[in-house]
Design a protein around this ligand. Sequence first.
Ligand SMILES: [Zn+2]
Length: 738
Amino acid sequence: METTAAVGASVDLKKSLENFFGFDNFKLNQEHIIQSVLDQKDTFVIMPTGGGKSLCYQLPALMMEGTALVISPLIALMKNQVDSIRGHSTERSVAHFLNSSLNKTQMREVKSDITSGVTKLVFIAPETLTKEENIEFFRNSNISFIAVDEAHCISEWGHDFRPEYRKIRQMVKGISDSIPVIALTATATPKVQSDIIKNLEMDDPNVFVSSFNRESLYYEIRPKVSKDQAQKEIVQFINTKKGQSGIIYVQSRKSTEEIAKVLQLNGINAAPYHAGLDGKLRTRVQDNFLMEDIDVIVATIAFGMGIDKPDVRFVIHYDIPKSIENYYQETGRGGRDGLGSHCLSFYSYKDILKLEKFLKDKGVAEKELAGQLIEEIIAYAETSSCRRQFLLHYFGEQFAAEDCGKDCDNCKHPKEKKDVTHEMHQTLTVVKELKENYKVKLIVDFIIGRVSKDIQTYNFDAKPGFGKGKEQGELFWHSILRHAILNNLLYKEIEEYGILRMTDKGKAFLDKPTNIEIPLNRDYSDTKGDAVITSNTAGAALDDNLLIMLKDLRKAEGRRLDLQPWIIFSEVSLQDMATFYPISKDDMMKISGVSSGKANKFSKPFLALIKEYVEENDIIRPEDFVMKQVANKSKSKVTIIQAIDRKLPLEDLASSLKLSMEELLREMNMIVTSGTKLDINYYLNENIDESVIEDIFDYFNEAESDSLEEAHKELQEDDITTEEIQLVKIKFLTELAN
Ligand SMILES: [Zn+2]
């Protein structure tokens, strides 16, 4: 990293951005925010998750003299952030974290790096900063500015209040009187905003509020008719996104286990995640997700706080969340790299009733607040207008539906409206007939003619309107009742929990119905293909074969370097490489997201791979034009040898070559038979029992032929599979025959 390049009379921010991070352009109002920090002004930033918040302090920290302190509540996230910055630099000590996870020696090392001036950023937990010895250390150090990340933690009105965050001003004062502060948060109502400014005693701060619009997200709501149907749709949906990362949110721990199992049975690489798992296991699941060993996480809301994976391609809500705020945050974990993410929610009125049941024993005020939040999410789920517009309006932002660009289901498939004046009248008549004394469920049962226990007890099935609406079905009548409430014809009695009563407007409607239209519920049962969007913005020149190889290489390098793959190169960078075929370091630096530091540190094996690929496939690089070629035999041979050198799991190798495991093993067998060694011990040791390996090895040592059939015949009574035999045979040939 060329720190010197950044200091000068007129600082070119864009140039610094490119030098340090390899990006061409700033997002949202990053540039103004960074200028404000460089000008040493107190700065307050409200930017939605994924908007590039951290760059707002990272870049000025790298450009300025001294060390920036970043106060963050999330110890889990600190290592991540530090790794990410180190990934852009050639100097490992450029970033550190200080928290309770470090021992004394490590602490001393960090401090000595700060003193010597190589460290530009230190992430610190408030609990660590508050210690007098640390305050004193920083008082005597050169601190450029202090960043308070997740600043909403300061306010009791924020959703994750942290008492020690209240003392930050005190700590800052202990360090210096004149140090500029930048506070950053992803969500803040006006009340929370003023709390933050007051509590941090920010001095006439520059305030930057960014749009909450998440352009890369596609929003879709589907009806949840039954558990089976929803789970089946989820499997179908994920099958169209094989190998991509996704999160499924559910309400209960039990559902996480259940759905993860269903997905696993369907060949999807999924794992459950919830607060009930022990800490070690949770960390492992998180790591595996980040390292792309797990594609899909099925989680309760406990998942995500510490997760910053930029290429989450879908977020599914199996149960509707209990507020718009939750929905926005959780969907916001998708598509952070700007390359699109599909946010699919299942919605059924039954789930709402479940949510309301949890409120039963709560205090009146809490019940009322939660009730309002639930009403909002219902309105969101049932709206037939643009969902993006609805969400942004909720956060106080004006947005024209035309600007959605068909990026929500309602804009993509405008819903037909139906005149339901007659059915509405029919419904209100039933409510009146039953003396305004029952909840939604019984009213619906009555109209569709379901003889439930209550209906039987009260002999309602003998009444005139019973079963008159059987034809339209349950979903339809739930929707009518919802709209009766939304249109203020009926209301729910809060004190007598959930009983439907008639409003004056409803009574007037009964006497003299006025025209009422509602959007029809869409039947999604035969629109599987249609419901899938592709978010590939990279255009036609992208070489899919190379992209797969680059991704595999990135994964392998991630393992080798013990880094998350995306830290090495982002998805965008790989797509760029698979489009422009860089074969030298200079070429590589022209790739989006590749700084000179990154190019020096990580590009070597990628350049080698691309070079070889270009030669093998006679590709004419895009100075002229790009030519795509299908992988041929000799190429897969080289790929197999290289991949095994890199200790790639064979399953991954098979899928990258679009081969079945059996086909791959056959190819490998040919390679070793023709004299090339394939050392697959890394794979065998992890996947096959030592004693089984020995048995097979011994068998071949004495066998008269190399026939697999015969080996299997001999070994099958020990429960040894053909695949195991094939694998050990490769080991055998490698070690003894070559
Ligand atoms: Zn829309």
